[in-house]
Design a protein around this ligand. Structure first.
Ligand code: URA
Length: 489
């Protein structure tokens, strides 16, 4: 029996496993013992036989990814089970091992990975940064968060924070390890105790306000909520004191409706987002989201509440929030834009930024009463890329438009407007399900599946971008004429 000390890191296990594999040492000859001391691989090598003549083994990349995630689990059996899987995949000739879900080793490892994926998700959802001061040298504000993940998943969870809070200096402190980001570099240092975390500051109030505003009645299945947000995490959440109150005061119709059998089901064309919800998040959102057929039957506030937790495409991760439509539920006219911009993303309301101002002014001139119109977007999350200190708008792709379409279709089914205005090509793509050329097709178009009157026209941002004064005046006049046509319906 060969005693192999393994330490905290996956890389360390992988190096040891490679050595053992190349020497033909079978899994049952190895005794993996946990040791955090600095034991070099070299000392183990001295005790091993020399490498066998066939040292090269093709290890499937999918195994390495699975193993890296599963490693974050705290189960002490993981080095042994992972090595046995590695052995079977390579030396054992069981190339298809990972396509047999009932295999005991694969099943165990997949279970670890799943549990780690849940922990990563929880970390993304429940890490709360506190402002702790300003760096004297750089003048940049410093943020710190304390978190106690069930697994050792910090390194797997941290790319999300680098992406989401790229412009901030922050540290995430955990008992296992700490991650530090200074706007350019990511570093890791040993774990700390909770005493190292500075006391409460004003940011916690911000979190409470934010949480209250995003609180989602669709999540009010208390069981689902508790499994999403186990009590263990509550103690570090500034909004935790609010939760019980929100639960007891908000027994909404959403909860009642979801449990009422026998509702009629209206088909909604594209349900692929449900599958994506599953694979992208690894959390069973199906517990808390109604099936696509039921979306069209939800009252508007409940439909919007459900849209707030949509994870059907990756845009949610970089956006502040879902920006739902705005306006009366019985509006006669629906205006459909492309996606929220920077200001809309922060405020949670469509068309309040520069394009919105152009649109509202044109509506007023065209005689369209803003209060009677429902404004919404084809895509409900802001897609952007950093551009210095700015967040630069990026046009959503076909897939993102498709994934968001069920929400827009459900809004339409709910409101059943007499007229719909498609502002620009993305709105056209979403509801007509094809590429449109605004300059060629502008005006009244035939799309009875959307509404009896459908008008395709410019997006107000296009008007803002036109530099040539004459061209802009002409396009603006056409835009107003299109809106005036709608006012007359
Ligand atoms: N542009 C859009 O298409 N929608 C908004 O909400 C804002 C800008």
């Amino acid at each position: 029996m060969i005693a192999v000390p393994f330490d905290f890191s996956f890389d360390d296990w992988r190096d040891h496993a490679r050595q053992l594999l190349s020497r033909g040492i079978a899994p049952d000859e190895v005794d993996w013992t946990e040791s955090r001391q600095d034991r070099s691989l070299f000392s183990m090598e001295e005790t091993l036989p020399p490498p066998a003549p066939t040292p090269h083994h093709n290890v499937p990349a999918s195994f390495l990814t699975l193993a890296r995630h599963a490693w974050a689990h705290r189960d002490p059996r993981r080095p042994g089970v992972l090595y046995r899987m590695l052995w079977r995949l390579t030396r054992g000739g069981e190339k298809h091992l990972m396509s047999i879900p009932t295999d005991p080793d694969f099943h165990t490892v997949a279970g670890w990975r799943k549990s780690v994926a849940r922990d990563i998700h929880k970390m993304h959802a429940f890490v709360r940064f506190r402002l702790v001061g300003t760096d004297d040298a750089t003048g940049r504000e410093q943020f710190v968060a304390w978190f106690e993940p069930s697994s050792q998943c910090l390194r797997l969870a941290v790319p999300f924070f680098v992406n989401r809070f790229a412009g901030m200096d922050w540290s995430i402190l955990t008992p296992d390890e700490c991650a530090h980001w200074d706007g350019k570099n990511l570093q890791f240092t040993p774990g700390l105790s909770k005493d190292s975390v500075p006391p409460e500051d004003g940011l916690d109030d911000l979190w409470r306000t934010y949480y209250r505003s995003i609180f989602n009645p669709a999540r009010l299945k208390v069981k689902a909520m508790q499994s999403e947000m186990p009590v263990k995490y509550w103690k570090n959440l500034p909004e935790a004191p609010l939760i019980q109150g929100l639960i007891t005061t908000s027994r909404t119709r959403m909860e009642i409706m979801l449990e009422t059998p026998g509702r009629t089901e209206k088909p909604i064309p594209d349900n692929s987002y449900i599958q994506n919800l599953h694979t992208l998040s690894d959390i069973d959102y199906l517990d808390i989201l109604p099936p696509p057929q039921a979306l069209a039957e939800l009252p508007l506030p409940e439909l919007q509440a459900a849209a707030r937790i949509c994870r059907a495409c990756p845009l949610w991760a970089k956006a502040t929030q879902t920006v739902n439509g705005h306006g009366p539920a019985d509006a006669r006219i629906v205006l459909v834009g492309e996606q929220p911009g920077d200001q809309e993303d922060l405020a949670g309301t469509p068309f309040i930024g520069p394009a919105g101002k152009v649109l509202r002014a044109a509506m007023a001139r065209a005689g369209v009463d803003e209060k009677s119109v429902y404004m919404t977007n084809a895509v409900k999350h802001f897609k952007w890329t950093p551009d210095g200190p700015r967040r630069k708008h990026v046009t959503p792709g076909r897939e993102e438009v498709q994934h968001c379409r069920p929400w827009l279709l459900a809004e339409m089914a709910r409101i059943q407007p007499a007229a719909v205005v498609l502002l620009g090509a993305t709105a056209g793509l979403s509801l007509l399900n094809r590429e449109v050329r605004i300059t060629r097709e502008r005006g009244l178009i035939d799309a009875p599946h959307i509404a009896s009157r459908v008008v395709l026209t410019y997006h107000p941002s296009y008007l803002l971008r036109l530099r040539d004064g004459t061209a802009r005046d002409r396009a603006m006049a056409e835009f107003e004429a299109d809106l005036a046509m709608v006012a007359g319906f």
